[in-house]
Design a protein around this ligand. Sequence first.
Ligand SMILES: Cc1cc2nc3c(=O)[nH]c(=O)nc-3n(C[C@H](O)[C@H](O)[C@H](O)COP(=O)(O)OP(=O)(O)OC[C@H]3O[C@@H](n4cnc5c(N)ncnc54)[C@H](O)[C@@H]3O)c2cc1C
Length: 612
Amino acid sequence: MQTRSELLKDTFRKAAHAWELINKLHFTEEEARCLRKHIDQPSYADLHWGVFIPAIKGQATDAQQKKWLPLAYSQAIIGCYAQTELGHGSNVQRLETTATFEPSTDGFIVNTPTIAATKWWPGGLGKVSTHAIVHARLLTNGKDYGIHAFIVQIRSLEDHQPLPGITVADIGTKFGSRAYNSVDNGLLRFNNVHIPRENMLMRLATVTKEGKYVHSNVPTQLAYGAMVNVRKSIVMDASYSLARAVTIAVRYSAVRRQFGVQDGQPEMQVLDYMTQQSRLFPLLATAYAYRFLGQWMSSLYSDTMACFENNDFSTLPEVHACTAGLKSIATSTTADGIEECRKLCGGHGYLTSSGLPDLFAVYVPSCTYEGDNVILLLQVARYLMKTLKFLGSGKEPSGTAAYLSNVTELVSKNCEVAKESDWISPKTLRYAFEARSARLALKCATQIAAASTQDEGFSEASCELLGASRAHCELIIVTRFMGALEREIPGRGVKNQLQILCNIYALSLVTTRAGDFLMTGYLSPEQVELAKSQLRDLFKKVRHNAVSLVDAFDYTDFYLGSSLGRYDGNVYESLYNEALKDPTNASAVTEGYTEFIRPILKQQLGTSMSRL
Ligand SMILES: Cc1cc2nc3c(=O)[nH]c(=O)nc-3n(C[C@H](O)[C@H](O)[C@H](O)COP(=O)(O)OP(=O)(O)OC[C@H]3O[C@@H](n4cnc5c(N)ncnc54)[C@H](O)[C@@H]3O)c2cc1C
């Protein structure tokens, strides 16, 4: 087992080797991203390319980009994104780090006024970054202009020592034994650190030589484009990680046999148990759903950027809410799904050699970084409440919220499903999800309207609002899956299998969220029973292709890193060999035998312990 220092050094070695290859083979940015992903060991480079560079692109002026991007692209500097502080995370407006303009030196003095203001968490900061994009309160002419971003050099480009006034360190070991510990998340403090005025990222606002704060004429909305792109990548990664866990669990469930012996026949494959299918197949369907969702978010990003180029920002609130919600739902479901896959593999799922514990440990922080998932759903809720409030005032909802303009019908017309097969109609499913979402949202809006103030109402209804946001996002995912299947899909029978998965995805949500559908009166208990029964039929249809459907994700054994998920199904031999490779098995007689075990066995514990 590597120590943390060894793990970090190994990560740096891999990142350096990847960078060498990227340059030698003239990789495009996308190819380089793909290579880094397949190293399968997160590193400072993910933050440099995934957050530092996009932040410069989003928040720096053209002249600043001209200065900083070539340095960043060549990795002549390595950067991180330092927003979160010990005492302040989600509430960015309350960050305490200060950047005070000093006209005499034409620069800012950056300070960390309290312990709670210490920057805490930025990936790549602890040991590697030479520069940080620091979020700090801008103070000039005695006035506080709120949070702005500044590029601050933190380490020497000669010997990598922290610069004067900078305290920087790693925040220590995190969840799991390896997992995200390969990233040097760091802490950072400033003691009167001077930076030139031009190091403020000035695309949206500038400070003049005289210390005057001036808004630029660039619309503030432009800064949001990068966020949509980052969230698209997070949703795609959710699909890859869930698909990986599901591949392991499906393959192992086809190998593993338990009970069901009749007349000396082999035991049953656990994949044939309905309970196993009902836990596993919805996750398989979800992995596919997120793949299509990620593809759709890519085109949403291009469309949004095209609108921005034409100074059309009208879609921004909807796009912002929808991508925030999708990041939240996809990462929470994936983290829970990986853990469910571990349980689906029984005891062996708990072994590191199953590949699942590390996958869970490395994945789970995505529920927190790039926005806490609850906070993000509350942002969706605010958007939904605002949309309902302005209905009929000429501000018609658009994009993924367009269905809300039909709210009167959606809250009055109930489901017409009368038999099982009625459930597999895209129109029926879409309408059911629209009705659930509209009804939950309207219920919250009514509750808020009855409160003495809007804020009090929002706070009282916040748990229900999370439900309404979830319903809105799940509607988006279901409809994007359906939308993807309207296209031509090559391969005999492929579209049919995807259609089955799409129905499984939607109906498993109908049954697991039956409370929403029943409480809002859209479904009757009988209709929920029909959905369950239809779902069981669909499980039978997907059963025979389940292994092929995970093979289609095309993970190599090397990448899966799992004894249970091997392509050849040779699970037991692999588990056995992995166990023997464990360092504790290097000798037959364990370390510590002489001091602590032998004395017990020989009834000499008292005498031997007193000698230690
Ligand atoms: C692995 C990892 C990597 C990270 N990388 C970076 C990085 O590179 N750069 C960086 O700047 N930061 C980074 N972060 C920090 C991350 O962005 C924050 O942790 C995240 O935004 C959540 O903020 P918080 O920790 O303050 O949580 P808090 O906001 O304190 O949340 C604590 C709890 O309170 C709840 N809560 C908070 N506010 C409300 C509210 N208004 N209503 C209801 N519930 C509420 C939350 O849901 C949560 O359950 C990283 C974090 C992790 C774990």
